[in-house]
Each structure stands twice: as structure tokens, then as C-alpha cells.
Design a binder for this molecule. Structure first.
Ligand SMILES: CC(C)(COP(=O)(O)OP(=O)(O)OC[C@H]1O[C@@H](n2cnc3c(N)ncnc32)[C@H](O)[C@@H]1OP(=O)(O)O)[C@@H](O)C(=O)NCCC(=O)NCCS
Length: 166
């Protein structure tokens, strides 16, 4: 597994993932409905935006490297940032890619960006993401109630953080 910066040609797979209702539901959002060309414009602008750092999670299968997911660092404030992550294809989940990516991103936040805290959150029924946070040394820091824009239902969101000093 490696992390790399997004390239123009990643817009296609990013669009495919953002149109997937199941993936959107995990993020409490409806799948996007805009055209590929509009989405592509948005992606390219976001990938250039210095206040958001996007990484493509790439896995190697023999000689071929494939984009398997996407991770984002955003909301940089108070010496910290928020981390979001997805593995696009169902078949590729549960192989340790997210845990490995989160470990690398936390190291990058602390060692390269000099941050003190990395924050994250997930819905209370997302046991896989909770496990990833726990495996990567995050601690629960609270919870809240949110209305999902996917189905307009109320869910509990669990907040996590990993502090540099433990
Ligand atoms: C959540 C997600 C990013 C995790 O990525 P992943 O590569 O599948 O995660 P990993 O393989 O590194 O680790 C998953 C862990 O959850 C565990 N797990 C899987 N299903 C589980 C379940 N139903 N209950 C509890 N734990 C579960 C796995 O066993 C593994 O833990 P282990 O290494 O101790 O065995 C990925 O599944 C995904 O993209 N899901 C859809 C989108 C999403 O939920 N994004 C996060 C929104 S906040």
C-alpha cells in the first residue's frame, strides 16, 4: 500500500466512488448527481486547494498498481486536522489498507506538518472504521447526534482523536 498525490486521471475513479450509494451512506451524504465534467472540475480544484490534502491509496497487485481508496486531511485548526478515508471497492476492504494508510497519515501530520492532534469521526454503526481508529491509537473523545443527508435519519456520530503526546 502506498499513498500518493491525486492525478487528473484519478477523477474517474473518484467520481465512481462518489456515485456509490453505499459509500455515500457511510459518510452521511447522498451520492453525487452532477455530471462527470462538473465533478472533475470540482476534484481538480480541491486537489489544488492547499487547505485540503488529498491522497490516493494505491495497492500493488504484481506489476500493476491500482487506486483502491482515498484519504483526506482537512479542517486544519488549533494545531490539528480532521482525517477522512474510504476504500472504494467492497472486495478490497478488510485487507488492512485503511489501518496502514491512517498510520502513515498520522506520522505525516505529526512529523512533517508538526501538528499535535489528528481528529476523526464515524457513525456508531461503522464498526470497521471504529476498529481502524482504535488500532491506530485514536481515543474516543465524545459523541453527537447528526441527521444523515443520505436518508434524513438521525444517527450517533462518535468522535476520535489521536494526540501526539499520547
Ligand atoms: C472503514 C474503512 C475505511 C476501513 O478500511 P479497511 O481497509 O477495510 O480497514 P482495515 O482492513 O484496515 O481494518 C478493518 C478492521 O475492522 C475489522 N472489522 C471488519 N468488519 C467488522 C465488523 N463488522 N465489526 C467489527 N470489526 C470489523 C477488521 O477485522 C479489521 O480489524 P483487524 O485488523 O483487527 O482484524 C473501509 O471499510 C471503507 O471504506 N468502508 C466504507 C466507507 C467508510 O466507512 N468510510 C469511513 C467513513 S467515517
Amino acid at each position: 500500500m502506498t499513498l500518493r498525490l491525486p492525478r487528473e486521471e484519478d477523477a474517474e475513479v473518484a467520481y465512481e466512488w462518489d456515485r456509490d450509494p453505499e459509500l455515500a451512506a457511510w459518510n452521511g451524504r447522498p451520492p453525487i448527481r452532477i455530471s462527470f465534467s462538473a465533478a472533475r472540475r470540482d476534484y481538480l480544484a480541491r486537489w489544488e486547494d492547499p487547505s485540503v490534502k488529498t491522497f490516493i491509496i494505491e495497492a500493488r497487485d504484481g506489476e500493476v498498481s491500482e487506486a483502491v481508496g482515498l484519504a483526506t486531511l482537512y479542517d486544519f485548526r488549533r494545531m490539528g486536522c480532521e482525517l477522512g478515508i474510504k476504500i472504494g471497492s467492497k472486495d478490497l476492504r478488510g485487507r488492512g489498507y485503511a489501518s496502514e494508510a491512517v498510520e502513515l497519515l498520522v506520522d505525516y501530520c505529526f512529523d512533517t506538518l508538526g501538528l499535535r492532534v489528528v481528529r476523526g469521526s464515524t457513525l456508531s454503526h461503522n464498526l470497521r472504521m471504529q476498529r481502524v481508529f482504535e488500532k491506530c491509537g485514536f481515543k474516543e473523545s465524545g459523541d453527537g447526534s447528526i441527521i444523515s443527508r443520505f436518508d434524513n435519519k438521525r444517527y450517533t456520530e462518535i468522535f476520535y482523536e489521536r494526540r501526539r503526546d499520547g
